[in-house]
Design a protein. Sequence first.
Length: 315
Amino acid sequence: MDSMRGVAVVLVLLGHAAALPVAYAGRVDMEWIRDLNGVIEPYRIPSLLVLSGLLLPQSLSKPLGTFYWGKIRHIAWPYLVWMCMFALVPGISYLLVYPQFWLGDYGNSLWFLVVLFFCYLTAPVIHLLRIPWWVLAVVSWMACFAFAPLEPVWERQLWWSGFFYAGAAFRPRLETWQERPAQVGGLLGAGALGWALWVAVGEQPVSLTPLAVLGSLIGVALLIWLTPRIESWTPMRWAAHFGRRSIVVYVAHYPFMFALMPTVAGWGASAAVTFAVLSVATLVFIVVLLAVEPHVRFLFVLPNPGRVTPAGHRR
């Protein structure tokens, strides 16, 4: 599933590259990019959360202390580090005094990690109570529908948690699902394409409706079915490289892109050129960062003081 995760996180990157020219400089002269972004929007974050949920049963097999320490090291730590890095960008630091910003509101681009950490934080309790994961998914979505509009932080948490729990519920059926015949893939493809075009052209809501849940799940189910059939392709092997270190890509791309935006905007280029420059420059930055990541690993994983070196000595 690394390749699927890599595709999803790169699509998030491209989505931000398309949105920034509009948000930063009010550029609207690229409707085709906006429409393309709308086509893939229903599947980016849902894919990442379903994939994270697929790994939950394996994570819960670890001792409770090991489970929570791992989430602190791999999710909470890079969130704190890169929130501070993001605060160095001019015009952002004033937001740090607002608790809502730290919880994923006010334009916080790392909100995904807040959602993910909360899901993992509560998962052992849910597992201990033996509540089926599919029940949690349905309850999360129903709460959105029943109580909307909610505070943005709670609305986001409930909505996206549903996809995480759906992934956990789907895990026992993963291998069987991927063996389904081509006719199933064809039907899913038609449904996913139809929903994506309806969202992009018909301006249907991409979230917070029962139809949006169904549309996103159809697309994610298609990607899960398709992955073993295309993961040997060269582009998918590159995607797997990004997917194996998706946290690095996710936390680092937006601060770099946001810091680059004033320079690119100063050129007076069209929004399409701005989108292309932001996308290519950020992808190059990420490739370089992944190459040097072992030397700056503390930016993405909290160092473990009890780690044993190959020589048998504790650090």
